[in-house]
Write a protein that binds this ligand. Sequence first.
Ligand code: SF4
Ligand code: SF4
Length: 319
Amino acid sequence: MLDTLPLLKAISFPGIRRKQLDILQINLGYRCNQQCQHCHVNAGPKRTEAMTAEVLTDTLRFIKNNGIKTVDLTGGAPEMHPEFLSLIKQLNAMQVHIIDRCNLTILNEPGYESLAETLAENCVEIVASMPCYMEENVDKQRGSGVFKSSIDALQKLNQLGYGQPDSSLTLNLVYNPQGAVLVPSQEMLETDYKKFLDEQFGIIFNELFTITNVPVKRFGSLLLSRQEFHPYMKLLQQSHSDANLEGVMCRYQLSVDWQGYLYDCDFNQMLGLPLTGTTEKLHISNVSLAELDKKDIIVAGHCYACTAGQGSSCGGALS
Ligand code: SF4
Ligand code: SF4
């Protein structure tokens, strides 16, 4: 695997500072039933990293002590963590809004037959990967058969009330480009997705989030091997908009890894750039929000993926 970190560190990015924390993003581990080309985590079926019971307890304590209102569960496939169901039940009982970053196909895997119902029972918002509405493109990026399985999963979620106009169960989809290009207009793409998925499969959903591919880990390595890294970085830098700096997600979110260490965002986590910018990592068991207030964020070349064009975050476009 080729590493983009030295190249990214050599690229400067405007300084930004943390604001009030709205969301804690919890990476439960790197195991996934898929192994997608664009994955910035290097997740896959053979990964074994998973948050320990001790770190889960530390994380729940941090949420309680700091009055965190929203958690965003990610991975890998977060649902593959052995304590996933117990965790969402505890968070729901604490009246914390839960977002599950779901790859959809996990809902059809053996042993996960009742997962969709449990997500609905615990009012979990689903943010589901659906990088295109064309079967060929999805299978190319995410693996053979992924499109059909994703359609089945979306239909199952709709039947449970997800995405329905009179329901509180939210179903948002995520689009990311097939390669080293910027995302198209989120608004226009959402209209196309809604029309196609409804007409072809009777599927409805709430919003489409467009997310720019970030040149780290598997995707970064792919770019380097294809000699596409530098042209892609140039495209991102030329498309940078200062207006997007206000809304980049690291200003309002915090990312915790499976070992309990804190980062400004999931991408910094994958690059091994700890929150403090020093080699000494901060652990969720011994940090308070007050310590993080207005702290500088660790930035490098990959940050242009968040500010290029209409901007990009876990919640889609910024402008
Ligand atoms: S992109 Fe998502 S679904 Fe694909 S391998 Fe990575 S974590 Fe799994
Ligand atoms: S990559 Fe992370 S640190 Fe950089 S701007 Fe985006 S969210 Fe912030």
